[in-house]
Structure formats: C-alpha cells, structure tokens
Design a protein around this ligand. Structure first.
Ligand SMILES: [Zn+2]
Length: 315
C-alpha cells in the first residue's frame, strides 16, 4: 500500500479537509503519478519547474516539454475544478448504490445537468480496468433477462406494457471457499452457444471450474472444466446462489438508482455495477482505483461520449 493510500480519508469530513483546495488535489495527483519524483514523459529527465502561467504544469529542464498533473487522466483539459472531479469520484466510489447525474448535479451544486452527465459518463468509462485479470478457480455462470424502459415509458411501468423490451445479460461470479469474490456482466444478443462461449472465454481463465445449470450452450467450451447441474426441483438460488444474488441485486439497483435500466449504454451500467460489486469491501480504495484507472485510460472527449440518445440514459 502506498503512502497516499494509507492517508486516504475514511469519512466525508476527512475527505473535505484533505482535498479542500486545488493544490491539495494536484499534490495527490502528483504523488500518484510520480511517487519517486517528477519524470518527464518525453525524455525521462527528473529536473523540472512548476510553471506560473499554467495550472499544475511542469516544464522539463532537459527537453522543455510541459506536462500537467492531469495529463492522460479523465480530468485532462477539463474546465472544472479538480475539487469537483475529486468529489464526484468520491461520491461515485463510496455511495453503496452509486450516484446518478441528477444527484451529482444537486450534491455538488453544479450549474448544468450537462456537466453532471459528462462527469458521470467519464467516471463510468474509467471503471473497467484494461489490465483486469480473468476470473479463475471456481466460477458460477448464468444468464438472465432484464426489462428495459424506453425514453417515453413512465418510471413505474405497468406489467405487460408495450414498449418495454427485454435485454439479455450473461453473468459470472468467482467463488472462493463459499464466498463470492469478483464478478463479470455482459450484454448478450442471445442465449446461443456462440454468445455464451464468447462471454465465458473472455471472462474466465483457462482451467477454471465452471458451474452452470444444464443449459446446453455451456457445453464444450475449450479449456474449461465444466460442471452442469440439472436444476430439476432445485431452485436456481440454491444451485447458483451467487449469480442469482448478483442478478437480483443488479435488477434492484437498476430500478432504485436509474428507475429502470435503458438499453442505450447498458454495458456501461453493467460495468459500473460490477466495479462496485468487486470493490464492495474497499469502497474508499475504489476512489483510488477510479483515479488510478483513469490515469491509464485515454481521455474521452465529450463528443465521443455522446451517442444519439445517450443523454437520456443517465438520469
Ligand atoms: Zn523532458
């Protein structure tokens, strides 16, 4: 554990005290980025001076290259104060259910919904660690159907209402000594062998012991030790308790935070849910992970985040 992690605030009051100013946030970023002192990303020189004309930007004494503490992070080139980013990441990482753009807007007193939505979208994009390791050991896998609502549907949808569609989701949970560890969720097009095999091969490591129900699409996955359990009179929550719980928590979360998930950007919501699930016991460290992952994720300009109906999907 690094020094900055050890000193990381455990409460809102501590957080407020620790990151009260722009320079305190910048210092934290500097520590994360250059734990052993400044290193120029251009020439590797360690000598640099802080520019007076550009915020938190260092000029290399060797090659003259200017590097901001936010370069390469999701905060780069943003006009928002670092304190706003830090608060947004903290709320997103530590709220047990996450936080919507509307909630973020009111909690941070942001002037526009667009700004809050952009913050939300950028943080959500930083939630998938590109270097994450596949699930291994014993893994439960299952699939589920969740309803989605369209833009024009009311928040409370009467049963059987037309316009409410179904989304198919595949899920897997790594189980260690009877307890769940990490999970994966993916939007799939069908429950076919092709879709299920592609999900399992991307989510779990070779030689994993995969436990599923007797749905034939799970058969014959290369390099996987598969154990299919015939459900029969046994309910799924007994045979596959952790995927069952994952799916029911996902559905409750979607209804509670987003008033029903919508089809646009569904995978991003699944990623957010999995991010929170995988860090459910280390919520404060999730903030570090969020910024740490952010530092490895290429900045996403606003226009790339916008899709046709994306603005309606983060309410
Ligand atoms: Zn340099």
């Amino acid at each position: 554990m690094s020094g900055s992690e050890r000193r990381f605030p455990k409460s809102l009051i501590e957080f407020q005290g620790r990151f009260a100013s722009e320079s305190e946030c910048a210092e934290y970023l500097f520590e994360r980025r250059w734990p052993h002192g400044f290193v120029c990303p251009g020439c590797g020189d360690g000598r640099a001076w802080l520019l007076k004309t550009k915020a938190f930007t260092y000029e290399c004494a060797g090659c003259g290259r200017q590097t901001s503490v936010t370069a390469g992070t999701i905060m780069h080139a943003s006009k928002l104060p670092l304190t706003t980013w830090f608060w947004a990441a903290f709320l997103m990482a530590t709220h047990s259910n996450g936080i919507s753009a509307l909630q973020l807007q009111s909690q941070l007193g942001l002037g526009s919904y667009r700004t809050a939505w952009m913050l939300c979208a950028k943080l959500r994009r930083a939630m998938v660690d590109p270097e994450r390791k596949p699930l291994s050991g014993v893994v439960e896998a299952d699939e589920t159907i969740i309803p989605f609502r369209t833009k024009n549907d009311p928040v409370v949808v009467p049963a059987g209402r037309s316009g409410v569609g179904k989304m198919l989701v595949a899920g897997a949970v790594e189980v260690d000594g009877g307890s769940p560890r990490r999970a994966r969720l993916k939007v799939i097009e069908s429950f076919s062998k092709g879709e299920i095999h592609a999900f399992v091969l991307a989510a779990v490591a070779p030689s994993t012991r995969l436990v599923t129900d007797d749905w034939p699409s799970y058969n014959d996955i290369p390099d996987i030790k598969h154990k299919a359990i015939t459900l029969g009179p046994m309910a799924a929550h007994i045979v596959l308790p952790w995927t069952h719980r994952l799916f029911s928590n996902l559905k409750r979360w979607g209804l509670g935070v987003y008033h029903g998930l919508r089809k646009t950007n569904l995978q991003h919501y699944l990623d957010e849910f999995v991010f929170r699930f995988n860090r459910r016991r280390t919520r404060h460290a999730a903030f570090n992970t969020l910024l740490g992952i952010g530092a490895r994720t290429a900045p996403a300009p606003y226009h790339l985040l916008i899709r046709k109906t994306a603005q309606q999907s983060c309410t």
